[in-house]
Design a protein around this ligand. Structure first.
Ligand SMILES: NC(=O)c1ccc[n+]([C@@H]2O[C@H](COP(=O)([O-])OP(=O)(O)OC[C@H]3O[C@@H](n4cnc5c(N)ncnc54)[C@H](OP(=O)(O)O)[C@@H]3O)[C@@H](O)[C@H]2O)c1
Length: 258
């Protein structure tokens, strides 16, 4: 399995203006990477580039909207023309809109799918064709442990993250043949502006620096899935192997009052 190093080219991170994407940009820069950082808010990206000054690598702001498919094609072409081949990509831009049965198909539902699934796909397409032609590259897509199975108040989010996991499982068969490494990242709860809005208890909540280090360690280690913390990810995986009767009983009990 191909694993990237800073000598192979630049890293590209989406959703880089806050939370996990921002943390991973700084961690990659600490590890010597030149990182192209994408999100819609350009001032936050400029601030991030300043914060990275003095690290072994650097951060280059490349603002963009991942929902814009043609825009992502152009952005990838521009990054490669100006800074060299993208060797490592972390497709992380995403959102969580809590929902319930009454929200099915509503605005939050559509936004979740458009960004979490559509946005990732818009970035994957140019990367797959360019890295495939070079027969070299590493791509990690940020899913979530919430994609393992249905959880309360996570109808669109859980389904969007499940879609990412299954899309990547399927895509891996093709990418293995073209020499491109594909990974999924399945974090538990990480303290970010996204989770700061949650009013329910978040077991084993991780600090951002810790999560960013674990993700970058996972890039270096290889393997299809980067899941953490294990004390949450593994029981959730095991729960999904139970017969549905037991699964719904246990998850309903564990999340009562949430
Ligand atoms: N935090 C957690 O506990 C957790 C756990 C598992 C998985 N995740 C996943 O981790 C990812 C990041 O979450 P986070 O917690 O770090 O959230 P966050 O702090 O809200 O960050 C979301 C990032 O996505 C960017 N973004 C949103 N819409 C975009 C668009 N259309 N185009 C480009 N960038 C866009 C935002 O920047 P702009 O607004 O500037 O565009 C921001 O940088 C998400 O995919 C989330 O599902 C998070």
């Amino acid at each position: 399995m191909y694993r990237v190093s800073p000598a192979d080219g630049v890293a590209w991170v989406t959703g880089a203006s806050s939370g996990i994407g921002r943390g991973v940009c700084l961690e990659l820069a600490r590890r010597g990477y030149t990182v192209a950082a994408t999100a819609r808010r350009a001032p936050e990206l400029e601030e991030l580039a300043l914060e990275a000054q003095g690290l072994a690598g650097r951060v280059i702001p490349v603002p963009g909207d991942v929902i814009d498919r043609a825009g992502m094609e152009a952005l990838v072409a521009c990054v490669e023309a100006e800074h060299g081949p993208i060797a490592l990509a972390f497709l992380n831009a995403g959102t969580y809109v809590p929902d319930a049965a009454g929200d099915l198909g509503g605005e939050g539902f559509q936004k979740t799918f458009e960004l979490n699934v559509g946005g990732a796909t818009n970035c994957l397409a140019p990367l797959v064709s360019r890295m495939g032609a070079r027969r070299k590259g590493q791509i990690a897509v940020n899913a979530s442990v919430a994609g393992y199975g249905g959880l309360p108040r996570s109808i669109a989010y859980g389904a969007s993250k499940s879609a990412i996991i299954v899309m990547c499982e399927s895509l891996k068969f093709d990418l293995d043949r073209s020499g491109v490494t594909l990974q999924i990242v399945c974090p538990g709860f990480v303290k970010t502006p996204l989770t700061d809005k949650n009013t329910f208890p978040m077991p084993f909540l991780l600090e951002l620096d810790d999560a960013s280090r674990r993700i970058c360690d996972g890039f270096a280690r290889g393997g299809f899935e980067i899941a953490f913390p294990r004390r949450l990810a593994w029981p959730l995986k095991a729960l999904n192997m139970l017969p549905y009767g037991l699964y719904f009983k246990f998850v309903g009990w564990a999340t009562r009052g949430s």
